[in-house]
Write a protein that binds this ligand. Structure first.
Ligand code: ADP
Ligand code: MG
Length: 237
């Protein structure tokens, strides 16, 4: 069993920003629905990882977040669980079309992992998740998106293709996650990312995760996030 306080000492978590909500100690502290708690228990997640303790209450409060942490710290659940809550809170749920939550990741492998994690928790509330990345038939993807979904997990290039094919609109998207932003930049996706963001309403909640914060990523973060809380785990540059 993981002792969060010990973990925290060794990892040195820094949180900065205005009026930052206090960290949680348990998933019970998060106020999740009974259905979501059951899905968490099914994953055998006993307690939140250190980054989840910090990030969950902040993201649940609706704040924008910059999360700087190496892989393996449990970032996925820290944006997926609040995304489910965000979607359940939407008054127009079931009435309009297009995803409410959009997650961009650099590679199809990463997008697929996030897709699987999102599906585990989305199922609890009958929320539909679509994966949009290369290696799958564009026609099948088009049909799936046309059928409707609340969450899209995508690589930037393929998402742009689908938008161009009018498989989806992002008119009701209010929750945007950029995962592994530094790798997306390394892979040359900056123009695609900027194009995607340009199509999403500005009153959205935006979360940006990155292992490192090179100047270009920092610049994007400054442009697209509003009063973000910055969470840094460990010695990352
Ligand atoms: P990151 O995105 O930071 O690299 P992941 O979200 O992929 O990390 O999580 C790393 C691993 O930890 C995954 O196998 C995930 O299922 C597991 N995990 C995430 N949160 C918890 C938790 N609270 N308790 C136990 N395992 C967890
Ligand atoms: Mg990750």
């Amino acid at each position: 069993e993981q002792d969060v306080s010990e973990y925290k000492k060794s990892l040195a978590i820094r949180v900065s920003g205005f009026d930052v909500p206090r960290p949680v100690r348990t998933f019970e502290d998060c106020g999740f629905s009974a259905e979501l708690m059951k899905a968490i228990a099914k994953q055998a997640y006993e307690k939140p990882t250190p980054i989840q303790c910090q990030a969950l209450p902040i993201v649940l409060s609706g704040r924008d977040v910059i999360g700087i942490a190496k892989t393996g710290s449990g970032k996925t659940a820290s944006f997926v669980l609040p995304m489910i809550v965000h979607i359940m809170d939407q008054p127009e749920l079931g009435k309009e079309e297009g995803p409410i939550g959009v997650v961009c990741a650099p590679t199809r492998e990463l997008a697929h992992q996030i897709y699987l994690e999102a599906k585990k928790f989305a199922k609890a509330h009958g929320i539909r998740v679509s994966a949009v990345y290369g290696g799958m038939s564009k026609l099948d993807q088009f049909k799936e998106l046309k059928a409707g979904c609340e969450i899209v997990v995508a690589t930037p290039g393929r998402l742009i293709d689908m938008i161009k094919m009018k498989a989806l609109t992002m008119l009701r998207t209010t929750y945007l996650v950029l995962d592994e932003a530094d790798r997306m930049f390394d892979l040359g996706f900056e123009p695609q990312i900027r194009s995607i963001i340009g199509q999403i309403r500005t009153d959205r909640q935006t979360l940006l995760f990155s292992a490192t914060m090179p100047h270009k990523v920092e610049k994007l973060a400054r442009e697209i996030l509003t009063d973000p809380v910055r969470i840094t785990v460990g010695e990352v540059g």
